[in-house]
Unconditional design. Structure first.
Length: 478
């Protein structure tokens, strides 16, 4: 093992150490492929979590594949021992031994991501506001798993499956990709701001949920009190200052605060000095943003908007649903929005054009696929340039134009296309950006400020500083 990889492993173990006592319901799922007389681990996923898994332990085997879902305690091992076993090239399970060899003449490859953003469904919009850590361990190259012979083998099994991907989905292994055997260890957050947190008039009730097994004294709720886009107070409520009670599989701490009417609270749940989750709390009876209040008069809790975005993530989805949702969102953020590309007769126009109060323009293309799909990215550049030339010809060259492409894909899924978009002057908004943009609608709308932030962000992405660790941020808020 190289010094770099050893440090990656040590950093991961140090990061999860304060949470270990709370990971009482960890699970391991795997897919193994037969090679000779042994089964080689093709893909595995160890999930460290403090809430019970919804699935019972299970196991399936066909002539050439073996798959299982286990609770970590069934392996009679700790997290550290589990990793050490993997790095020896063998993992013992109740279903038999699994081989996990490194590449020839090399050690296993190890990578630690302390802020892993997984592509979870948008309907759980707060999921993107949880801290999640991942350790990725890669072994030797493996045989292809996307073969028709394996799919037909599974169709004929005693428990029939459509193919390898359905088998992996059923057992929680995740989507199979790459050509190497891999194991990922995902560490979920151990504390969260409770959804029952609320503001009613001048009273705020803040709730933190903490998994069982962890010390209440090490938990805390941090908050920023925001009035008319300005932070007027910051504070932290220590675990000692909270009123605690036991709930099913977790502990609940509650505190009350005096706030001004119509205030918005941005709250952070922490444990052991590490932020685990952040959440916005506002009084539904009052609103700093009149546009959001008007929208909610016809779309309570933004349920329809969220449904449109969720539908746009499904296979074969209509991108028009996404266009409508983005138009609504831009309007609530203070932009004047036209859905000019929404009819067949204006299909040569961009999907949306949004204007700030000063007249600066955002040119928007929406897609449910990758950026190059249906030439969306090239169309965006062409249409933005046409708008610039039109402004010049009509004497409004002082107005600025910002191209933005919005996709329901995750940032990882379009990672290879981001550089081209940024170099050509376009921002990319992915599914991870929606929760933060929706939270922004709780505040007084300020489209000019958002527009300036977006331009500054694009400049950073085009000319990243070697000391800037936030260079991958792409949404309007970051």
């Amino acid at each position: 093992m190289s010094d770099h990889e050893r440090k990656q492993l040590e950093d991961f173990l140090a990061a999860i150490e304060p949470n270990i006592a709370g990971y009482n319901y960890s699970t391991f799922s795997y897919l193994a492929q037969k090679k000779g007389n042994v089964f080689e681990l093709a893909q595995g996923r160890l999930v460290l979590q403090g809430v019970p898994a919804t699935s019972e332990s299970k196991h399936f085997e066909s002539p050439n594949l073996k798959v299982g879902f286990l609770h970590l305690h069934e392996l009679k091992t700790s997290v550290k021992q589990f990793i050490e076993s993997l790095l020896t090239g063998k993992l013992l399970t109740p279903h038999g031994e699994l081989r996990f060899a490194p590449e020839k003449d090399r050690s296993h490859s190890i990578y630690f991501n302390p802020f892993h953003a997984e592509g979870v469904p948008f309907q759980n919009r707060q999921a993107f506001q949880y801290r999640q850590m991942q350790l990725h361990i890669r072994g030797d190259r493996r045989e292809r798993l996307d073969s028709l012979s394996l799919d037909w083998e599974l169709k004929a099994g005693p428990i029939p499956f459509e193919g390898v991907q359905e088998l992996c989905a059923e057992f929680g292994v995740g989507q199979i990709d790459g050509d190497s055997s891999t194991v990922e260890i995902v560490a979920f957050s151990v504390a969260a701001i409770g959804g029952e947190s609320s503001v009613t008039g001048t009273k705020a009730k803040l709730v933190i949920n903490l998994v069982d097994g962890l010390e209440r004294e090490k938990a805390s709720i941090g908050y920023r009190l925001i009035e008319r886009n300005a932070v007027v107070k910051r504070g932290i409520l220590s675990g000692d200052a909270l009123t605690w009670e036991n709930a099913t599989n977790f502990q609940r701490g509650v505190a009350e605060l005096e706030v001004t009417g119509g205030a918005v609270l941005h709250c952070v749940a922490s444990h052991g000095g590490r932020a685990q989750h952040h959440y916005w709390v506002a009084d539904p009876a009052t609103a700093q943003n009149p546009f959001r209040a008007i929208h909610q008069a016809f779309d309570k809790n933004l349920d329809v908007l969220q449904e449109l975005v969720t539908k746009a993530q499904t296979k074969g989805a209509n991108a028009r649903d996404l266009e409508i949702a983005v138009a609504w969102l831009l309007w609530m953020l203070g932009f004047s929005t036209t859905h000019i590309g929404g009819t067949p007769k204006t299909s040569d126009a961009p999907d949306l054009i949004a204007a700030t109060p000063f007249g600066h323009l955002v040119v928007v293309e929406c897609t449910t696929g990758i950026l190059k799909e249906d030439s969306k990215l090239s169309h965006l550049f062409q249409r933005a340039e046409k708008i610039r030339q039109t402004l010049i010809s009509c004497g409004n060259q002082h107005l600025r134009v910002l191209p933005v492409i919005v996709t329901t894909k995750t940032r990882d899924e379009v990672k290879s296309e981001l550089d081209q978009a940024h170099k050509n002057g376009a921002l990319v908004a992915t599914i991870e950006d929606f929760p933060q943009l929706i939270n922004r609608t709780l505040l007084v709308p300020n489209a000019e400020r958002l527009y300036t932030e977006a331009e500054e962000n694009l400049k950073r992405l085009q000319n990243p500083s070697p000391f800037d660790v936030s260079g991958t941020k792409t949404n309007l808020l970051q």
